[in-house]
Design a protein around this ligand. Structure first.
Ligand code: TXA
Ligand code: MG
Length: 337
């Protein structure tokens, strides 16, 4: 199969390119598209055969359900048993990087939910995603557009590298802005539960609906992971990634001296500017001190280090407060082997 790369303007995509992609979706084909978080790999969510092809293209375990993307809350209501809480959250955060898990309606094929009785729903904010959803006229099942357990794609090049020859179309709308995946929140039980921290900060959600239940951080027992996709070893670069508790520089140099190719993700100094630099077997990336800026660069940096052939990645440990929850989650998983 030939994978076609269609360049589109991120803000004002050409309706003709969108129409081509939408027709492909309606034929049951796979179309990767940018969202405000990461690139998604989309198929018609109401076409079970098309959705099955997503699992195949990604090498995704069959028990890991997919997020269904909709243009808005009205479209979401047709797919799930909607609640007042869902309404309040959608009114405040949609379109945006929040995924809501609710009891599914019969119209949603079992392959989408991995046989489960709930469905994950999200209205993405990206103009290209919105245009594609509206032109296709059908909800899109779309996991992140990477091979299973690889790093999510934040650029069309990453999608192409991972899925070339396995999918029909990639809509290239440039790099995604958010850089990490959406926050997944279950509304199935009386108390809302955080299934996956993500781009939308938990503090912002709690400001609207009060405290939400969470798993203990770094809890690795699979029984306590209600989101089956939250396998510990996930989001992993090819290199061995480790979190430096104190001095990342010393650790990075130690690895370089034992002849490794090393990437070091350090924090920008609090007072002043520091440029990224590279010497021989060491590449240093200066990461922003704010979680949004950090998230926007994290996967992009890991992809760049993989492409360079790093065999070790040392990452300065991020702060311990809630604003950094999603970043800590991704780094901890990337470090788990
Ligand atoms: O930002 C995002 O969420 C991106 C873009 C493309 O929208 N999508 C994404 O999809 O990250 P994926 O498949 O890589 O991650 C979906 C997560 C997985 O952890 C999956 O297990 C969980 O959502 N999930 C999906 N349906 C679920 C359900 N019914 N119950 C619990 N967890 C669910
Ligand atoms: Mg994923």
């Amino acid at each position: 199969m030939l994978t076609e790369l269609l360049k589109v303007d991120a803000e004002h995509p050409d309706p003709r390119e969108i129409a081509r992609a939408a027709e492909a979706v309606r034929r049951g084909e796979l179309v990767a598209f940018p969202t405000e978080t990461v690139y998604g790999l989309g198929a018609d969510a109401l076409n079970a055969a098309a959705v099955a092809r997503i699992y195949e293209a990604k090498g995704r375990p069959e028990r890991n359900p997919l997020i269904v993307h909709v243009p808005d809350a009205a479209a979401a209501r047709e797919l799930a048993t909607w609640t007042q809480l869902a309404d309040a959250l959608a009114a405040r955060f949609w379109p945006g990087p929040l995924t809501l898990v609710l009891p599914k309606r019969d119209i949603v094929p079992d392959v989408v939910t991995a046989g489960g009785s709930t469905v994950a729903l999200r209205a993405p904010a990206h103009p290209v995603a919105q245009a594609l959803l509206r032109a296709a006229g059908t909800p899109l099942a779309a996991p992140s557009a990477n091979r299973s357990s690889g790093i999510s794609a934040t650029r069309a090049e990453h999608v192409l590298r991972a899925l070339d020859g396995r999918i029909e179309i990639i809509l290239d709308g440039g790099p995604t802005q958010g850089g990490i995946e959406s926050t997944v929140l279950s509304l199935v039980d009386a108390q809302p539960r955080l299934l996956r921290p993500g781009l939308l900060n938990v503090e912002q959600i709690e400001a609207i609906i009060g405290p939400i239940a969470r798993n203990k951080e770094n809890d690795e027992s699979s029984q306590s992971l209600p989101s089956p996709g939250m396998l510990t070893r996930h989001y992993a670069p090819k290199a061995a990634l480790e979190l430096a508790l104190d001095d990342g520089y010393a650790r990075a140099l130690e690895l370089v001296r034992s002849r490794h190719r090393v990437g070091w993700l350090r924090f920008a100094p609090a007072d002043g500017v520091s440029k990224p630099f590279a010497i021989d077997r060491l590449r240093v990336y200066v990461m922003p001190r704010d979680p949004e800026g950090y998230a926007a660069l994290l996967y992009d940096t890991l992809h760049a280090l993989d492409a360079w052939g790093a065999d070790h990645i040392v990452v300065d440990r991020p702060p311990m407060d809630d604003a950094w929850l999603a970043i800590r989650d991704r780094l901890t998983r990337a470090a788990a082997r």
